[in-house]
Design a protein around this ligand. Sequence first.
Ligand code: NAP
Length: 248
Amino acid sequence: MHILILGGTSEASALTNALAARPDIRATLSLAGRTQNPVLPRIECRVGGFGGAGGLAAWMRQHEVTALIDATHPFARIMPFNAVEAAHIANVPLLSLLRPEWQPEAGDNWTQVPDHNEAISILGSAPRRVFLTVGRLEINAYTIAPQHFYVVRSIDPVEPKPLPNAVWLMARGPFSIDSEGALLKEHNIDAVITKNSGGEATQAKLVAARKLGLPVILIARPPRPDTEHVATAEEAMNWIARIHDASL
Ligand code: NAP
């Protein structure tokens, strides 16, 4: 048995940790190579694109992969569709490991929007003070609204820095509610913009915003293919165990 995990998420990391404790199951983690210093797994790892669905299918055949787990980020737009096509071509079972979306609670002041342009139009023309955590590669969308002050937080540095009036923070979650609240207060933030990534590691900013009565603009997830899916690494391990047992 050889499992290929398409990673880049904390769920993929949790799954690789669980698989590292199962020497009877061969597993490889695949990373796109976007993060400069990724947390490397204790299982085999490869880095870089496959060259589309056909390339992924060819890689799986060449390396005798018997099951594919798509644990890419909820905002990965291409890979989930490539995974479906490649699994079909290579005739291997596919599971999607996808964390649930954040849901609003009483006291939240959320506006959910389809994209960054809509988020910018909701900010309006008057200068605002915005906490922006949408990922380093998507900051450029905000250059059309340079009148706002931004606190931008990303895992890797943003270079070049495209916004004229901004503080650039680098940090990797998990974050605490207290530290997120302190950050929002320190910079007099009056709006939070983030993607509806879900997950516990970065949820604290939403709780801190609720406590401070701040509006949150949430970018909605892109469409995903309709595949068998689970939400946790533990459930993915159960799926792997079933396939493993069936192959004996
Ligand atoms: P994407 O739009 O779905 O993928 C773009 C291309 O990157 C794919 O066509 C594929 O190239 C390559 N790729 C993506 N994931 C890969 C993987 N796990 N292993 C090997 N190649 C991969 O994805 P993205 O939004 O650029 O995200 C890239 C990576 O960052 C993913 O691993 C994702 O989980 C992670 N990530 C994304 C976000 C986000 O907000 N988008 C946030 C955190 C982490 P080929 O077609 O050449 O195979």
